[in-house]
Design a protein around this ligand. Structure first.
Ligand SMILES: NC(=O)c1ccc[n+]([C@@H]2O[C@H](COP(=O)([O-])OP(=O)(O)OC[C@H]3O[C@@H](n4cnc5c(N)ncnc54)[C@H](O)[C@@H]3O)[C@@H](O)[C@H]2O)c1
Length: 324
């Protein structure tokens, strides 16, 4: 079976591809495991020297012809992760709509022409929720996003639902928590600091955290979200029913608790590199992202969260081979 990953050159897309290379199979249309014959990554950019077993296609998802040409007709499974992230979509209104909305529509339209309706997993975000929310957001809360990014993601969820209803795809949307700890460099996500506050100090650098230390966040580790992408793909359509979107289980941590956990694990010198310097624009945006959820549906469907922030920090230290 052929697999197509948009955003395959990005943080999660590239790691998902490596995980699939290791795993070698995914559920086929009848639900039985099938051997993956090709993984094609589609992205505007790729890391240097990608794994030669991966087919990398450079292109702009906002260009419908390019997307159609890149997608082989016998593709069985699609993971749609290409996006411009939150603060970028907020700062550049037109780019956000072109990539996050038109790009999603282009992919869905190209998917209609395939030999058989593909399974399609879409990376949505907890940013679909915003505005006046209950203290704990459960599965009954209607998304009312307060950012362009959140708006584009919730429209994407509805499109995935509608194309599934029409039998054009077999779609599934995952509302991702903020993924922590993201290795590498900071990105343009307004929540970039949630990884930076661990990553930079553990790598000998200072991190200026642009929010107040009371800010809470709903997070999940990179390892767990990759499990969740694959689990979402392999679940039968009947597990989704008429609701094709799910909020993923995660854990709540306050930035202050994160800094304390870092101190316990890595010591005073490392934790001393975390500096709180709130920036109003970022602080106000992150405040609209809810941090407390009850994800009964996601849990019942078999999605799983990490145990605690300490475990997430330790996983990052182990994965990066950092010596304390
Ligand atoms: N990482 C998180 O904390 C998080 C949280 C919630 C949702 N998500 C969603 O998960 C997905 C993956 O996130 P990530 O952290 O890997 O982000 P990322 O920025 O590393 O990856 C996104 C990829 O999309 C590509 N892209 C952007 N514009 C494009 C275009 N015009 N054409 C083709 N490719 C384009 C980028 O080059 C990038 O490689 C995204 O859709 C994101 O919105 C991520």
């Amino acid at each position: 079976m052929k697999v197509f990953i948009t955003g395959g050159g990005g943080f999660l897309g590239y790691r998902l591809a490596l995980r699939l290379l290791e795993r070698k199979t995914l559920a086929g249309p009848d639900g039985k495991p099938e051997t993956i014959s090709q993984i094609k990554l589609f992205d505007a950019d790729f890391p240097p020297n990608p794994d030669p077993r991966l087919k990398c296609v450079k292109g702009d998802i906002a260009d419908a012809d390019v997307v159609e040409a890149a997608l082989d007709r016998d593709t069985a499974s699609i993971f749609h992760l290409a996006a411009v992230v939150s603060a970028h979509a907020e700062a550049e209104f037109d780019v956000g709509y072109q990539v996050n909305l038109d790009g999603t529509r282009n992919l869905l339209e190209a998917s209609r022409d395939l030999d058989a309706p593909p399974r399609l997993v879409f990376a949505s975000s907890l940013a679909v929720f915003g505005g006046k929310l209950p203290a704990v957001v459960d599965d009954s809360v209607t998304p009312t996003p307060q950012t362009s990014y959140g708006t584009q993601k919730v429209i994407g969820e509805y499109l995935v639902g509608d194309y599934s209803r029409k039998g054009m795809i077999d779609g599934r949307s995952l509302r991702l928590p903020t993924i922590v700890v993201r290795p590498g460099k900071p990105n343009l996500a307004s929540t970039s600091f949630a990884s930076g506050m661990f990553r930079e100090p553990l790598n000998g650098m200072v991190c200026e955290v642009p929010v107040e230390d009371s800010i809470e966040m709903w997070i999940l580790s990179p390892g767990k979200v990759l499990d969740d992408f694959i689990h979402a793909h392999d679940l039968p359509a009947s597990a989704w029913g008429t609701n094709r979107a799910v909020t993923l289980p995660g854990i709540t941590f306050s930035v202050k608790e994160g800094a304390e956990a870092l101190r316990r694990i890595a010591g005073d010198e490392v934790a001393g590199r975390v500096m709180f310097k709130p920036v109003e624009r970022i602080n106000n945006m992150v405040r609209t992202f809810p941090a407390r959820f009850r994800t009964d549906r996601g849990t019942a469907m078999g999605f799983r969260a990490d145990a605690d922030i300490g475990g997430i920090i330790k996983d990052y230290i182990a994965a990066e081979g950092i010596k304390l």
